[in-house]
Ligand binder design. Sequence first.
Ligand SMILES: CC(C)(COP(=O)(O)OP(=O)(O)OC[C@H]1O[C@@H](n2cnc3c(N)ncnc32)[C@H](O)[C@@H]1OP(=O)(O)O)[C@@H](O)C(=O)NCCC(=O)NCCS
Length: 189
Amino acid sequence: MFRYSIGIEEELRILEVRHAAQFLQFVRENREFLSRWLTWGKSIDSHDAAEAFLARGVTRLAEHGLPWVSIWSQGRLAGGVLFSPLDPLTKSTDVGYWLAAWAGGRGLASRAVAAMIDYAFSQVGVNRIGLQAEVGNERSEALAKRLGFTHEGTRREAWLADGKYVDLISYSLLFREWKTSKWVEYKKV
Ligand SMILES: CC(C)(COP(=O)(O)OP(=O)(O)OC[C@H]1O[C@@H](n2cnc3c(N)ncnc32)[C@H](O)[C@@H]1OP(=O)(O)O)[C@@H](O)C(=O)NCCC(=O)NCCS
């Protein structure tokens, strides 16, 4: 069974399609918080939509070895981490993440992302991990900087949010940079 410990009573588990009901409830409870920055925070509004979202993660794991995981804190579903498809030529992917509104401010997302990017680099053979934060998403940019991602620039009108084009701030982290990171301690247990 795939489990990462990221603290006392804090762990990561694979997100599977059978978790759809729980995941839908999580999205419903945190819709306002999530949908400010994540399009699926709005669009996941039924069991079918939750299943379809989670199925993408299962496919990503099967095809590219990149897991989508849920974050658990003291037995409560607290957030998650996902990867975009792996480019097989450049061995690059992007990481995404989210928390419940109640779970912020104590390093849970940073530790979860650190664990998963360590997995992608060391177990899957990824060379480059990108991270895109919408302009104004300061907490997401803070997480990128905290984990040692390098700011690359602004991708103008690279995303559609609420029917409007928005800019994305682009960050990346390379395997050779990660090897000397203080965060590399977050290993599989
Ligand atoms: C982006 C998001 C995950 C960031 O949440 P967060 O609470 O800022 O991130 P963390 O859980 O890593 O917590 C970091 C905070 O905990 C503190 N902290 C405490 N213990 C810590 C530890 N052991 N390690 C790291 N940080 C720790 C940090 O100093 C930081 O505090 P600060 O905000 O006062 O600077 C959250 O805002 C979110 O889910 N937003 C909606 C979805 C979203 O925007 N996703 C990203 C799209 S690009």
